[in-house]
Structures are given as structure tokens and as C-alpha cells.
Write a protein that binds this ligand. Structure first.
Ligand code: SF4
Length: 335
């Protein structure tokens, strides 16, 4: 019997864009995603973390089939996504986006919004579709009367519940959650996170959970991958990565959780002034202009993503240093 394939596998995925259109503008290549390889097993939650612009959402769009990789392969359930039909793909992967305000059509009522994927793909009779919508409303904790409401009549939390119901109506195996709580009030965020946890348990879902906020990821993910300028720089069991980060960038992201307001992102730390620019990726380790543990080898040589002794992988020369080498990452809060 052949082994069950992972629900998601990325093999050396790159995404490049040409920018600078027009006769006089110089054409340049923007590399949004660079050589990402990852696996997501069934019923697993993988947290993908990193600052805005690090390539997380581009990666999500390729996993959803909304963009094609420039190089490499995306496999869903062991099959290349490019060879799947729209319905087949829709039954494997669905998105929940950040902003429930803009992702719902204001001119359709809730029943039409949730039932749209079934109608588009011609799944079931009209009566079966009505039943499926009613079931979805119950699953996401809304009352039958909400079926007739319009998005403008609902709260932010209720709208995100509708977006989740719409994502699940085709009964996908994998849900790509791209910052699903960042547009919501803090008091509503935990309700939506608890709903996602509950649905995962009940429906056996796998999540790719994308966020800049490690506090949120910590609540859901069994495994975590950190992205910086299009590359995975650290990956492993959530307990290890969040408890003992081996990459200075992951350590900096983690330190931001300790600030009074985690939504502020990275705290002011001595990470240098060079904010990452995907059009001008620094040579060697791309993080070196901001890294508090930088040493002479870093600007010269890009570190490979190598196994760490305590599990997982990290792309930092420090994990290769013998005893007595440069000191481990030390992050200092600015005065
Ligand atoms: Fe910092 Fe060097 Fe490690 Fe890059 S390779 S994260 S610059 S110590």
C-alpha cells in the first residue's frame, strides 16, 4: 500500500515578478518567494510567520492556484495543482482572508454568499444547497435567521464566520487562513480562533495559518515556519521554535509578543536600520544588515536551511559553529 501523501507539499517554489514597465523605466526582478520547500500533513496546523511583505501571501496565492510559481511545484494531496480541475481544487483547498468586510459581496445575502461555491460548481440540487447552507450556519455558530441578512447588517466577527462557512461548504481538506483575525477587534479575535480550533477538531481540517503575530500562531499551530525576504529561515515543532528559536529573526518576532501590544509587530530593537527591500536583497544572509549576531561570514555566504540538533531546521551560520564559535543570538531591547 502506498503511503498517504501530505495534503500540501511545496517543492523548491519561486515566484518572481518583473517590475518597472514603460519605455524609460529600468526593468528589475522582484523575487517574492525564493526556493520554498514545505510539507503539511493531514490534520496538521502549520503557522507561517513573518513581517508584512516577506512573501507569505504570495505563497498562499500559489497554494490556492491563484498564481503560478515561476519555478518549482505545488502539490495538493500528492498531485500537482496545475493538473487539478477547479472543483477538484476547491474540494482540496479553500481560503479565509484577512478582511471580512471586503471579501463578502455586499449585494448578496448570507445564504447566497455561503451557497455560491456550490452553485458555481453545480453541486447538489437547490434544496440540497439550502440544507448545506443551514448546516454551515450552525457549524460556525450563527442562527438560521442570519441566512437572510446582508453583510452590512452583521458585525465583523459575524462576517468572518460567514467567510469561514463559505470556505467550508465544499468540505475542503486544507484551509489557508491568511491573517484571519487581524482586521477584528481583540475581543472578537479569540472567538474566531476558538471557532477555527473547534472546526478543525470536528471536520479533521488542516490549516496553513499565516500571521505576523506569533501570539496568535502559538494558540493554533503544531509546527511553525518563519519567512524572511521570500525564504524560510526557520521551521520546526511550534514548542521548539517558539520556546528556543535558533534564528535571530524568529527570536526578534517572538520578542514582539512580549510587548504590551503584540499587534505593534517587531519592537524597537537593535536590528539595524535597513528595512528589507525585496528589490535589493542583501548579499550573503539576507538578514545580516539587521542581525544583532552578525559576524564576518554572514555578508559573504548565504546560509543553507540545515537541521538543528534539537529538531527542525534553521538557515543561520550560527547553527554550524563549533563549540567556542560566535555567541548565540542575543537580542537587546532599545533604551
Ligand atoms: Fe545573523 Fe549571520 Fe545567522 Fe544571518 S547567518 S541570521 S546574519 S548570525
Amino acid at each position: 500500500m502506498s503511503p498517504v501523501p501530505p495534503i500540501l507539499e511545496l517543492r523548491g517554489v519561486h515566484k518572481r515578478y518583473t517590475v518597472g514597465a514603460g519605455l524609460l523605466a529600468r526593468r528589475r526582478t522582484l523575487t517574492a518567494v525564493s526556493g520554498v520547500s514545505l510539507r503539511l500533513e493531514r490534520s496538521e496546523v502549520l503557522g507561517l510567520v513573518g513581517e508584512s511583505g516577506c512573501g507569505k501571501s504570495t505563497l498562499a496565492r500559489m497554494i490556492l492556484g491563484l498564481e503560478e510559481p515561476s519555478e518549482g511545484e505545488v502539490l495538493l494531496d500528492g498531485r500537482p495543482i496545475s493538473r487539478l480541475g477547479r472543483l477538484e481544487r476547491g474540494r482540496l483547498v479553500q481560503p479565509v482572508f484577512q478582511d471580512p468586510y471586503s471579501s463578502l459581496n455586499p449585494r448578496r445575502n448570507v445564504a447566497a454568499i455561503i451557497g455560491l461555491p456550490l452553485a458555481v460548481h453545480g453541486v447538489g440540487t437547490a434544496a440540497e444547497r439550502r440544507d448545506a447552507v443551514a448546516e454551515m450556519l450552525g457549524l460556525v455558530g450563527l442562527a438560521p435567521r442570519h441566512a437572510e441578512a446582508y453583510p452590512s447588517q452583521l458585525s465583523g466577527g459575524q462576517r468572518q464566520r460567514i467567510a469561514i462557512a463559505r470556505a467550508l461548504v465544499l468540505r475542503p481538506t486544507l484551509v489557508v487562513c491568511d491573517e484571519p483575525t487581524s482586521a477584528l477587534d481583540v475581543s472578537v479575535q479569540s472567538q474566531i480562533l476558538n471557532l477555527l480550533l473547534d472546526l478543525r477538531e470536528r471536520l479533521g481540517l488542516s490549516y496553513l495559518f499565516i500571521s505576523h503575530n506569533l501570539a496568535v500562531v502559538q494558540m493554533l499551530a503544531g509546527r511553525v515556519a518563519a519567512m524572511y525576504l521570500g525564504r524560510i529561515v526557520e521551521e520546526g515543532e511550534a514548542e521548539r521554535v517558539l520556546g528556543h528559536p535558533r534564528h535571530p529573526y524568529t527570536a526578534a518576532l517572538l520578542a514582539s509578543v512580549l510587548t504590551p501590544d503584540p499587534s505593534l509587530g517587531l519592537p524597537e530593537m537593535r536590528l539595524g536600520t535597513a528595512f528589507p527591500n525585496p528589490l535589493s536583497v542583501p548579499p550573503g544572509c539576507a538578514f545580516h544588515p539587521r542581525c544583532p549576531a552578525v559576524f564576518d561570514r554572514c555578508p559573504r555566504e548565504a546560509p543553507a536551511l540545515l537541521p538543528c540538533p534539537e529538531g527542525g531546521r534553521a538557515a543561520c551560520h550560527l547553527i554550524e559553529q563549533p563549540e567556542g564559535g560566535p555567541p548565540p543570538p542575543r537580542l537587546v531591547q532599545a533604551a
